[in-house]
Design a protein around this ligand. Sequence first.
Ligand code: FAD
Length: 288
Amino acid sequence: MKISTILKENRVTVSFEVFPPKQWDKIESTKETVRKMAESNPAFMSVTYGAAGTGAGFTQEIANEIKNCGVTPLSHLTCLTSTRDKIRSVAGELKSNNIENVLALRGDIPEGFVFPDKQYYEYAYQLVNELKELGDFCIGGACYPEVHPESKNRVDDMQHLKEKVDCGLDFLTSQLFFDNSVFLNFVEMCRVKGIEVPIIAGIMPITNAKQIKRTIELSNCSVPKKFYKIMERFAEDDASMKQAGIIYATEQIIDLMANGINNIHIYTMNKPDVAEKIMNGLSDIING
Ligand code: FAD
């Protein structure tokens, strides 16, 4: 099913993200993770694409497994380091596997990357245009409530986001954030700018102290005082930190829903138990 249809049909949706393994010998254990996560009945499950375009086959394989579990897959695809032939071939495989949903991304610029003379893709909107020609895909894109790190400023970032959406995006998924007011303000700014597509809120449950440092470095997101307090109190005790992180994420989702946000994407980091606990904490809200 197309994610655009799911977002229209369901009052609230909660979806999960998985990442594929880096080596083939780990594919079975990732498939097992997918099967366990599917038991929590997410609205759909996304599968990431390896950094710098590596491991396209792994992404397809995991997307197929998601489909086999009866869950709608969303396949990520990055373009920066790809040729047009490569993108055509991946789009062909997606079609032959009946995978209708693609998250069209540029990908991060790898360290030391020198743009070749004949660079096909510089930005995600070019991939959106290409995918529109290659099939009847439901296409999503990324957005950044706290501004993409490469952007000069918010005005520029918003303008480029509007241009990308106008190429034919069906929905946006946000970068993770810990402060709901940041996301709610961002959605308002999008609407003022005329960006009308559904904007899915990206939530990352932080379940250990190591993860928080890396997450903040990579995502550039701000951390509210309440979250720092939780870290100070529980970071040394793994079980307590995990429980506190799950509850923080669940509360964040409930607060977003109370503020009219109906579509949530959880960066579940291949942790079925975390996904399950969050879903249990929301069960009456989702099914009500
Ligand atoms: P773009 O939309 O192209 O934006 C990148 C930057 O360029 C922004 O600063 C934007 O303002 C600017 N820009 C856009 N158009 C123009 C223009 N015409 N002129 C000048 N500037 C412009 N990475 C992976 O490798 N694999 C994944 O699976 C993956 N999944 C992700 C999922 C989500 C929900 C998110 C939020 C990110 C994900 N990423 C993934 C990371 C993503 O690839 C990086 O953040 C990347 O740096 C930007 O990708 P984008 O698609 O947002 O790019």
